[in-house]
Write a protein that binds this ligand. Structure first.
Ligand code: DC
Length: 230
């Protein structure tokens, strides 16, 4: 059967990776978390801080000199999950910290970093049969993807979900701060000069503010099957 490209974009904390992973599993497709790739670049910078971040400012010439040496891939685990690897080392746990997330946000605004990541992403999806999530997948990485989904949920609801996740992790967050962080990230994602987050004109919008995961999955599968069958 024809294997298509599914591009999933949307705001932070709106459940893109959960739905992308579930759809990839159901369809027997590859899944690529492009946010993990920017996080891996952020981690590399932190690991090379002495040369790459003198005075905590990113030394762009140093990063540009080395960007093509960063080999990022995804290793399938026995339990079916995927772990991000950076130059052969499993960095899945290390890239999920707040510090690396903030660095990822900084590096993802740099043009040559985006071009390097986009080239790797296009190579990963060249054969189709892939679900890829991020901010610019339907607009820049695969503008001709057969199916583009744009996920959204209200900032209040996304902040509530994030707040609960932090509580579950044993942290003691302040709700107003979590909400402000969600709004700040939305602003940064949509206003940066390089590939800002925006909805592709031909994207199908899925607002999951009031949908359970199961309801959302039913809706996404319906859209996927409809597209697959023309
Ligand atoms: O989705 P995430 O939080 O793992 O993404 C990490 C950072 O990378 C976040 O600041 C948004 C950015 N990003 C991006 O600019 N383009 C993508 N395709 C994916 C993520």
């Amino acid at each position: 059967m024809n294997k298509i490209i599914v591009a999933i974009d949307g705001y932070s904390s709106c459940g893109k990776s959960t739905i992308a992973k579930a759809l990839a599993k159901k369809a027997g497709y590859k899944y690529v978390d492009t946010g993990a790739m920017y996080r891996a670049v952020g981690l590399w910078l932190i690991q090379h801080a002495a040369e790459a971040m003198p005075d905590n400012q990113i030394c762009e010439s140093y990063l540009q000199e080395h960007i093509d040496e960063l080999c990022i891939s995804f290793a399938l685990q026995p339990d079916g999950t995927q772990h991000t690897t950076l130059n052969g080392t499993d960095v899945e746990a290390q890239i999920r910290t707040l510090e690396v997330g903030n660095m990822a946000s900084r590096v993802s605004a740099i043009g040559f970093v985006r071009r390097a990541m986009v080239a790797q992403q296009q190579a990963m999806g060249a054969e189709g049969g892939i679900v890829m999530d991020g901010r610019d997948i339907g607009t820049v990485v695969f503008p001709n993807a057969e199916l583009k989904l744009f996920l959204t949920a209200s900032p209040q609801i996304r902040a509530e979900r994030r707040y609960k996740e932090l509580i579950d992790k044993g942290e003691t967050p302040n709700f107003e701060e979590v909400l402000a962080d969600v709004n700040d990230r939305d602003y940064r994602d949509t206003h940066r000069a390089e590939s800002p987050l925006r909805q592709a004109e031909d994207a199908v919008v899925v607002d999951n503010s009031y949908l359970t995961r199961e309801e959302q999955m039913v809706e996404v599968e319906r859209i996927f099957n409809e597209r697959l069958n023309g």
